[in-house]
Design a protein around this ligand. Structure first.
Ligand SMILES: NC(=O)c1ccc[n+]([C@@H]2O[C@H](COP(=O)([O-])OP(=O)(O)OC[C@H]3O[C@@H](n4cnc5c(N)ncnc54)[C@H](OP(=O)(O)O)[C@@H]3O)[C@@H](O)[C@H]2O)c1
Length: 246
């Protein structure tokens, strides 16, 4: 039996991952979301990831559900994310900045700790997969918060993997940029004004010319990468490069 915990499963990549994982009867799948995916209230742990104080008490509910079980593999996919606020850095207010960093950076870091400690004695192999973005490496006009948060997640991944290599060798911690996906996040990006986001036309063109991938396809690729063993400790991967070299 494999254990999966996926955050942000109401829509987009998270919903697709949840569906693909549930299709395998070998998997016990839990989600952490503000609303249950596909009416699966039984396995959804309700959480608002923008509220760091509630994450640990909420995680206790997940622990209660897996109590007494042991697993061949335990996987946390830190998927939930927001792109807002989009606009020049000198127009972003503190509350919007904090919300972005809480969801995109703080919540994954808190969950990494909780998941690593909780699964150590109950799973043979463990993987923490942080969903990152090309924006972690490339500055994008108007995306200061998102770029900084994703860069932070990648550095937190690298530090955690450095430490796990010494103290917890069966734990793999890595990050994966999933490529451009046809989700509501992309819709929000296309809705921005050119003043806030000068590159907006390129993103509108990506939708029109079919460059965006379907979330279901990306989810299937992510799950096969998890099974492939290619997601190694400390790796900061880009799905497009991985698919080209398989
Ligand atoms: N789409 C792309 O082209 C693209 C490219 C690179 C990286 N990514 C990354 O891929 C991941 C998934 O993105 P997506 O495109 O699927 O986005 P999406 O369609 O906007 O879905 C985001 C998910 O995150 C959840 N979420 C947001 N704020 C939350 C909060 N405070 N508490 C709990 N859940 C929250 C949303 O739930 P609610 O419905 O409750 O808001 C939703 O389930 C993100 O980490 C994103 O940065 C996406």
């Amino acid at each position: 039996m494999n254990l999966y915990l996926v955050t942000g499963t109401t829509k987009g990549l998270g919903a697709a991952l949840h569906e693909v994982l549930l299709a395998d009867i070998e998997n016990m799948v839990f989600s952490m979301s503000r609303f249950p995916p596909q009416d699966r209230t039984d396995s959804n742990i309700f959480v608002d990831l923008s509220d760091p104080q509630t994450i640990e008490p909420t995680f206790e509910k997940f622990l209660a559900q897996i109590s007494g079980h042991s697993f061949d593999k335990a996987v946390l996919i830190n998927n939930a994310g927001i792109v807002a606020p989009v606009g020049p850095f000198n127009t972003i207010d503190a509350a919007a900045l904090k919300l972005n960093l809480d969801v995109n950076l703080l919540a994954p870091m808190i969950l990494m700790r909780l998941f690593a400690n909780a699964t150590r004695a109950i799973a043979k192999q463990r993987l923490i997969l942080n969903i990152s973005s090309g924006a972690a490496k490339r500055p994008i006009y108007g995306w200061a918060a998102y770029c900084a948060a994703k860069a932070g997640v990648e550095m937190a991944t690298r530090v955690a993997s450095l430490e796990s290599a010494v103290t917890d060798p069966l734990l793999v911690v890595c990050a994966l940029a999933p490529g451009v996906i046809d989700t509501s996040m992309q819709g929000q990006i296309r809705d921005k004004s050119a003043d806030d986001f000068p590159d907006v036309e390129r993103f509108r063109a990506m939708k029109n010319d079919g460059t965006l991938r379907a979330a279901d396809d990306v989810a299937r690729d992510v799950v096969s990468l998890i099974h492939s063993g290619r997601l190694t400790n400390g790796g900061i991967f880009d799905i497009r490069e991985m698919l080209q070299t398989q």
